[in-house]
Structures are given as structure tokens and as C-alpha cells.
Design a protein around this ligand. Structure first.
Ligand code: PEP
Ligand code: MG
Length: 590
């Protein structure tokens, strides 16, 4: 038996066999000099791999054409076939092997790498998109040369715990939810997009486990504790019994919420609104049971990630309408805040996002929408149309300056004009707001507020950009501090600015779901906390043990540090404060 500790990323318990997943991006390639006289054999090895990959592609194209003659998906692979057989590329790789005696794997990487650089330099969208195709062909060739399985697609046949180096958001959304018991990854952090997906899907997840992929074998039995952040491999009798006891205590702890008290109700009857973060593709059904008062963040970009391309206006309209209609059942004052396409960074879509040197600082989110106005207007039209069927707010992601709000307003006016002309109904008072997740927007909140009916603070990104620490990189996780004094000051500024401007302000980053941090945001002026639905019961249990006066006291305590304390020290002190007020906190966190 072996227990490994990592980061508690999505709460919950899972027990089951391991599915060991080797991602696409971690194909290790070493470079070596082929012994003299063996370059011919090495070249044949490359030729054989080209033949194998070619045959695979041809049969894939045949299957796709059978399903959908002339469809776009088959064309993608026809393009791959052309790259594979490209005479200039073949010559380049051949020369490396035969003349420089580079091994086939390294030659493939180098040859394709040279093409990739040329494509990336081109000022033409078409060629920049082809870079993704080069990546795909490279992986296929390397897989063939190294004898890996042909496809890295997760092919699950029974419920299991997925153990991987890391997963991309696109890989995660394609999983059959009913067969995934839990996630355990070497890398990642608690706020990477995979972590958020696991939370939204209600799947226990432990990240930052280091070398877990080397410690397990397919089919091995594991116990995953997403709340404690551990994975136990080959558990003994005692570990199994302890785990069963944890499961029993979890059920018992959740039973206290069955008294009908609204989630977010304080001990003195006061109320903190608690909404849910969701994305398309996840069933809404559980939101009501969990106590969500509405949907505070609808991550619309998953319509793009799920389909691998832009969904047409009709598809978007149906999706937005469905959630608008659903939230009506969550109460009279319920609504859904639909976030406009937040693509880029680690959320990539083939043919839409392009490779950038610094994707997190690149053409993402509102910047992307303003650079492709047609896409933006199609989405605005779809959201506006859906607003005739239920209460919707719309917000723009990654706003950094007033100019973006002005430009977005131009597109919004145009979308409304088009609908008016066509006589299509929509909510004429639909509230439009901004996500505050870039330090520039936080600092300049007063000016941005002039263009907004509400703010929603995205702490996942706000912390990342304030601390200049990648939210998904475990190497810099120590700098990713939600209560670093700089973050606290920005939060205080934004919350006070919104309160003074008289506009509602919510927090929808993951920090909102941690009772120690989320309750601090509420005490500092957040009107609403939005979080993955599975975290709502936990927040509700802690809030019902506190009064408004407690919250005022907590705010004064947390904002009172002014003597060179670190973010971790402040967090620690806040945790202790909360444990004093709610002595059973530890038990509630199960
Ligand atoms: C955030 O940045 O806090 C946020 C809610 O957006 P996302 O996590 O989707 O980037
Ligand atoms: Mg964000």
C-alpha cells in the first residue's frame, strides 16, 4: 500500500480501478546519433511509420466519409495525409536521417519543427491554423515509431479513476461522465481549467501528485480523497475500512442540510447569495438539490470546446434558452449570468485559437471577440434571443480597459438593432457587466463601473495576473496566494468601488468556494458567491453558524494585517479565526 499526497482540487471520495492515461503532449523523444552504416535501416523505419500512419488515416477518412459524406472532419484528416506525404517535408526528414545520422524520432521532430516555425511566422490565418495539423501528424508519427497506442483518446469501458500526467480541457470534456470516478494527475493546480471542470462535473480530483503515473499500473485499485488531497494505491484492509467510515460521515454531515433552510442563510437570518458555476454539457439537475440560488457563471466557451468549432447561432440559442428556462425553477430572484466566449490561454479550439508565444497574455476572451466581430455578434444575438425566455445577465471576460467596454457596447447595439429589424423579442433591460480579473481593470474599477450594471470578480485569473504566477503550474503554486496582501488590496478596492457605485458585485473564482476565503469576500462587500455546485452545501453549513456581526468582525480581523505578513500567514490566521468561531469546521469539511 502507498499513500501519496497532492492538492485537494475537487472534493469527494472515489474508489475504483486505475485507467492510466498517457496524454498527447508528453511523448518523450531522445536524440542520438545513428551508428555509421545503419542510416539506411533508420530511414526504412521512418518510411514504415509513414506507411502505417498513412493507412490509419485512410481508414479513418473512409469511416468518417461513410458517416457524413464530404463532411468537414474527413477533410481535416485528408489535410493530415497531405502533410504526411509532403515531398519537401519527407526530403527534409530523410536528409536529417541519412546525411546527419539523426534518429528517426528526433528527425521527425526537427523536420516538422522547421515547418512549424515557417507556418507560425506567416501572416496568414490559414497557415497559422495548419500548425495544429502539423502537431497532429507529428504525434501520429512519433506514436508509430515508438510503438505507442495509435490513439491517445480515452477509451473507457468500466468506471475508473483516471490517472494522468495532466489533461487538457478538451480531453476532459470528451470523457463519458458516467465512467469517470475521479482524477489524479502529476501536474496541475487547484485552479487549472481541468480542476474547474472536475468540480463542475462533481468528480473528485487530486492534482500536483508528482509521479503518481509511475506508481500505479492499469487496473490497480485506488482510493481517492479529493477533500484531503490524497490517493492510496493498493489499500490494505484498514485503509478500506477507514475509507468506508469517511463515506459514512460524509453522508451524515450532509444530512443536516435537509431542514429546508435556504443555502447561504446566516444564524441571525441574514443571507449571502450562493449561485453555481456551470458550463454547457453538464446536467443542471443537481443545482436545485445542492441549494444554488441561480447560475453566477455560465462558461459558454464549452460549447466551442465540446464541439471543437464555433456552434451556429441556433445551437447557441437553444443552449442559452435551456439554462434561462431552468433557472426559473431556482427561485423568483434567480437568474443566469452568461459569460461571453472566454477562449484562449489553456482553452484552445482547433482552427480558432492560434499558437501564441504567451497565450495567457494574448488574444483571448473579450480581445478575441473584438478581433472577430462576426463571432461576437452571433453570440450576442443568441444570448439576447434567449433572454426572452428567462432572466439572463451577460458579462464580458478578461476586460482590461474602458475601450473594450465601449467597443463591446457598439457590437451589442448592432446585435439589438438587427433583432429589432427582424422583430425578434429579447429582454430590453438585459444587464451587461464585466468580469474583473485583470489587475488593470481592478485598479480602474471606478471607470469600468460606468459601463456596467454589475461586476463579477474572477479570482482565478486575478490572482494569477497579480502574482504573475501561472494558475496551472505547480512549480509556482506557492506564489498563487489568494490572500496575498496585494490581492487583498485589489479585492477590497473592487468590492468597495462596486458598493459605492451601487452596482452588485459577485465573486465567481474558485476562492469563493473555500469557506475561509469566500466568507471573507462576502464580509468585504460581495453580494453573491458563485461556485461549483458540489461546494454549495459546505458553504451553507459554515454560513448557518455565523451572524452578520461575525462577518464584520472577520473583515476587520483579515484587513488588519499591516506588519509585513505573508499571504500564507494571513490565510493561516484567517483559518484559525474561522476554527475558533466554528469549532466543528474540520468535521464539516469532509
Ligand atoms: C476566474 O478567472 O476566476 C474565472 C471565474 O474564470 P475562469 O476560471 O473560467 O478563467
Ligand atoms: Mg478567468
Amino acid at each position: 500500500m502507498l499513500t501519496i499526497a497532492g492538492l485537494a482540487t475537487a472534493r469527494g471520495l472515489a474508489e475504483g480501478p486505475v485507467y492510466l492515461y498517457r496524454g498527447d503532449d508528453d511523448i518523450p523523444v531522445s536524440e542520438y546519433v545513428v551508428p555509421q552504416g545503419r542510416e539506411g535501416d533508420e530511414f526504412m523505419r521512418y518510411k514504415k511509420a509513414v506507411g502505417d500512419v498513412g493507412r490509419d488515416l485512410e481508414s479513418l477518412i473512409a469511416v468518417l466519409n461513410e458517416r457524413n459524406k464530404g463532411g468537414e472532419d474527413a477533410k481535416v484528416f485528408e489535410g493530415h495525409l497531405m502533410i504526411l506525404e509532403d515531398p519537401i517535408l519527407k526530403k527534409e526528414i530523410g536528409k536529417l536521417i541519412v546525411e546527419q545520422r539523426v534518429n528517426a524520432e528526433a528527425a521527425v521532430k526537427k523536420g516538422i519543427g522547421k515547418f512549424r516555425k515557417q507556418f507560425e511566422r506567416m501572416n496568414d490565418e490559414y497557415f497559422r491554423e495548419r500548425v495544429r495539423d502539423l502537431d497532429d501528424v507529428e504525434r501520429r508519427l512519433l506514436r508509430a515509431l515508438l510503438g505507442f497506442a495509435k490513439s491517445s483518446r480515452l477509451e473507457l469501458t468500466e468506471p475508473c479513476v483516471i490517472v494522468a500526467d495532466d489533461l487538457t480541457p478538451s480531453e476532459t470534456v470528451q470523457l463519458p461522465r458516467h465512467l469517470v470516478l475521479g482524477f489524479a494527475t502529476n501536474g496541475g493546480s487547484t485552479t487549472s481549467h481541468v480542476a474547474l471542470l472536475a468540480r463542475a462535473m462533481g468528480i473528485p480530483c487530486v492534482t500536483g501528485l508528482g509521479f503518481v503515473t509511475q506508481k500505479v499500473k492499469p487496473g490497480m485499485r485506488v482510493l481517492l480523497d479529493g477533500t484531503a488531497g490524497t490517493i492510496t494505491v493498493n489499500p490494505d484492509e484498514q485503509a478500506l475500512a477507514d475509507f468506508a467510515e469517511l463515506v459514512r460521515r460524509q453522508h451524515e454531515s450532509e444530512a443536516e442540510l435537509k431542514d429546508g433552510l435556504k443555502a447561504g442563510t446566516l444564524k441571525d437570518g441574514g443571507q449571502v447569495r450562493i449561485f453555481a458555476n456551470i458550463h454547457p454539457g453538464v446536467a443542471f439537475g443537481a443545482l436545485k438539490d445542492m441549494g444554488a440560488g441561480g447560475v453566477g457563471l455560465y462558461r459558454s466557451e464549452y460549447l466551442w470546446l465540446n464541439g471543437g468549432k464555433e456552434p451556429d447561432e441556433e445551437t447557441q440559442f437553444e443552449a442559452y434558452k435551456a439554462v434561462a428556462e431552468y433557472v426559473k425553477g431556482l427561485g423568483d430572484d434567480a437568474y443566469v449570468t452568461i459569460r461571453a466566449l472566454d477562449i484562449g490561454g489553456d482553452k484552445t479550439v482547433r482552427g480558432i485559437t492560434v499558437k501564441e508565444a504567451n497565450p495567457f497574455l494574448g488574444n483571448r476572451s473579450i480581445r478575441y471577440l473584438l478581433s472577430d466581430r462576426e463571432v461576437f455578434r452571433r453570440q450576442l444575438r443568441a444570448i439576447l434571443r434567449a433572454s426572452a425566455f428567462g432572466r439572463i445577465q451577460i458579462m464580458y471576460p478578461m476586460v482590461s480597459c474602458v475601450e473594450e467596454m465601449r467597443e463591446a457596447a457598439v457590437e451589442m447595439a448592432e446585435a439589438r438593432r438587427e433583432l429589432d429589424e427582424q422583430g425578434i423579442a429579447y429582454d430590453r433591460d438585459i444587464p451587461v457587466g464585466a468580469m474583473i480579473e485583470v489587475p488593470a481593470a481592478a485598479i480602474n474599477a471606478k471607470a469600468i463601473a460606468k459601463y456596467c450594471k454589475f461586476f463579477s470578480i474572477g479570482t482565478n485569473d486575478l490572482i494569477q495576473y497579480t502574482m504573475a504566477a501561472d494558475r496551472s503550474n505547480e512549480e509556482v503554486a506557492h506564489l498563487y496566494q489568494p490572500l496575498n496582501p496585494a490581492v487583498l488590496k485589489l479585492m477590497q478596492h473592487v468590492l468597495e468601488t462596486a458598493n459605492a457605485a451601487g452596482i452588485p458585485v459577485s465573486v465567481c473564482g474558485e476562492s469563493a468556494s473555500d469557506p475561509v476565503i469566500g466568507i471573507l469576500w462576502a464580509s468585504m462587500g460581495a453580494d453573491m458567491l458563485s461556485m461549483s455546485a458540489t461546494y454549495i452545501p459546505l458553504m451553507a453549513k459554515v454560513l448557518r453558524r455565523l451572524t452578520r456581526r461575525d462577518l464584520d468582525e472577520y473583515k476587520a480581523f483579515a484587513l488588519g494585517f499591516d506588519n509585513g505578513e505573508t499571504g500564507d500567514e494571513i490565510l493561516d490566521a484567517c483559518r484559525k479565526w474561522m476554527e475558533r468561531k466554528v469549532p466543528e469546521l474540520d468535521k464539516l469539511l469532509i
